[in-house]
Design a protein. Structure first.
Length: 216
């Protein structure tokens, strides 16, 4: 092969390598690790958290027992208390205005502030017998099978939780930092990879229980 052809080939390979993403990247789903996006847009501070359910709940499947359902409600209650989870710059005068929470494997009713009436309380003392006992039993068995299959599929897919908080800040120029206190509320959480889109710059930070403040 001619020398100039070898040189051109080497240059092309080098450029191709530079265009490719790194060969080793952090896992998209890692227990104990969450991702936090911080966006500052004038008087509005928006925080978006994405984390494996295990990091904030202890399991990653649809709730199977009343104890599981109670754990989900408690998790949602803690996440709803934005004032204890986040501390924007004190002089900025930020007040929480909106909160959203969702997960593919958790019933939305368990994530809302008002709990639904328990089925046992709403059901009559005596229910009429099903017209066809065999069909009734078959339907219940099929429902259990479908629920188990769906639950197994969700677990295999590594269920995540997504939360979003929106703050309104009275003095935006003084909004220069955010203290993240999620580690206190959720001890299983060990690291948060934060991405910040500030008024004039973009940056990132790795937060831990010992390093909780992100600045921009």
């Amino acid at each position: 092969m001619r020398p100039h052809v070898v040189l051109l080939t080497a240059i092309a390979l080098a450029l191709l390598g530079a265009a490719l993403p790194p060969a080793v990247a952090g896992p998209a789903h890692q227990h104990g690790v969450a991702r936090l996006t911080v966006a500052v847009d004038g008087p509005t501070l928006t925080l978006e958290l994405e984390t494996p359910l295990d990091s904030v709940l202890g399991f990653e499947h649809a709730p199977r027992t009343e104890r599981h359902r109670a754990q989900v409600r408690e998790m949602a209650r803690r996440l709803r208390q934005s004032g204890t989870l986040f501390a924007p710059s004190e002089g900025a005068g930020c007040v929480a205005r909106q909160f959203d929470l969702r997960s593919a494997v958790l019933p939305p009713a368990l994530l809302t502030e008002h709990e639904a009436t328990p089925a046992s309380a709403a059901a009559p003392a005596t229910a009429p017998a099903p017209a066809n006992t065999a069909a009734h039993n078959h339907a219940h068995a099929r429902a259990r099978t479908d629920a188990t299959a769906a639950d197994a599929g969700a677990t295999a897919a590594h269920a995540d939780l997504e939360a979003r908080w929106v703050f309104a800040c009275a003095r935006p120029p003084q909004l220069r930092s955010l203290e993240v206190r999620l580690f206190d509320a959720f001890p299983r959480l060990q690291r948060i990879d934060a991405e910040v889109a500030g008024p004039t710059t973009q940056s990132g930070a790795r937060l831990t229980p010992a390093r909780r403040v992100v600045r921009w």
